[in-house]
Design a protein around this ligand. Structure first.
Ligand code: ADP
Ligand code: MG
Length: 292
């Protein structure tokens, strides 16, 4: 491609709300075979709400919600906001906490009212030596509904299963259809529960799902997709996504996401919509493809 065509393509991208931070990205995008996408905040709004809270025998709902809201009041994860908001909406006072700890991609914990309170994924509970099987049937149902199940432990005992749901962005389905139209495969890579991820992927016609991965696992997944299919574009919004954005042939960050994701990306989608991805690929094909 000539410098002029790159300049024209970059300018046209800006009009479409697609910011090319590297001119190289405009040239590489046309060769993408797979678009791998993060789920939370990329396919979905990233604004989950609490939908379910089922307590184990011997625990009281309001007290459990108060304790987990206390722990989550220190976390910046979207899940945390959902739980704190639910407590506020129910008029539950959030007690003070001590010794907060956060394990990336796993969960959070703190001392509340003299008891250790932990909230997180099933793998987090297992790591704490807790058996989540009493909630197996509920977890399966929640996952199939596209909700994300998590667990709470209080004083070393499994206390509750909690679920949040995050609405799919209105433009996501059209963006995936457009990517398929362009002949690309679409893969989801997420830290969320496998059943939940698959339920959402099925609704959207996504071809492949990699679930329950830590941020480093997203990098491994991108590397594998490159080996299997050729050029891979990765789309994400979170701090978690920065390593995968760097690993992909082209990294595209959602403009409404975190600064860290945008800094790691080659392309920023200003509108926050996934439709920027097929637009950017079509633009690359039109600009670069025509020149040769
Ligand atoms: P993603 O944003 O891709 O869903 P994360 O790596 O941020 O993935 O988190 C993975 C999983 O870890 C979440 O789905 C959740 O089960 C658990 N988790 C992470 N942070 C928290 C938190 N603050 N409270 C409860 N669970 C959490
Ligand atoms: Mg995300």
């Amino acid at each position: 491609a000539t410098p002029t065509s790159i300049m024209v393509g970059t300018g046209r991208g800006a009009e479409l709300g697609v910011l090319f931070r590297k001119g190289e990205a405009l040239q590489l995008l046309k060769d993408a075979k797979v678009v791998a996408v993060d789920k939370t905040g990329t396919l979905t709004e990233g604004k989950p709400a609490l939908t379910d809270l089922e307590v184990a025998d011997g625990f009281e709902r309001a007290a459990v919600l108060a304790s987990i809201a206390a722990v989550e009041s220190r976390s910046e994860h979207p899940i945390a906001r959902a739980i704190v908001q639910a407590a506020e909406q129910e008029g539950i006072a959030v007690p003070p906490l001590e010794q907060f700890a956060s394990v990336t991609g796993m969960g959070v914990g703190a001392n509340v009212n003299g008891l250790r309170v932990e909230v997180g994924a099933d793998r987090y509970m297992r790591e704490l030596g807790l058996d989540v099987s009493p909630f197996a049937a509920t977890a399966e149902r929640l996952g199939n509904e596209g909700k994300s199940p998590m667990y709470a432990a209080i004083g070393g005992r499994l206390a509750a299963i909690v679920a949040v749901a995050d609405p799919i962005k209105p433009t996501t389905a059209a963006a995936i259809a457009a990517l398929h139209q362009l002949g690309l495969k679409v893969a989801m890579i997420t830290g969320d529960n496998e059943r939940t991820a698959k339920a959402i992927a099925a609704r959207l016609g996504i071809d492949e799902v990699v679930a329950e991965v830590l941020p480093e696992g997203k990098v491994v997944a991108v590397r594998r997709l490159k080996a299997e299919h050729g050029h891979v574009a990765f789309v994400g919004d979170g701090i978690n996504d920065a390593p995968a954005l760097a690993e992909a042939d082209v990294g595209l960050a959602i403009g409404t996401g975190t600064d860290i994701a945008m800094e790691a990306a080659d392309v920023v989608l200003m509108s926050g919509s996934l439709l920027g991805v097929p637009n950017a690929i079509a633009l690359s094909q039109a600009t670069i493809g025509n020149i040769r």
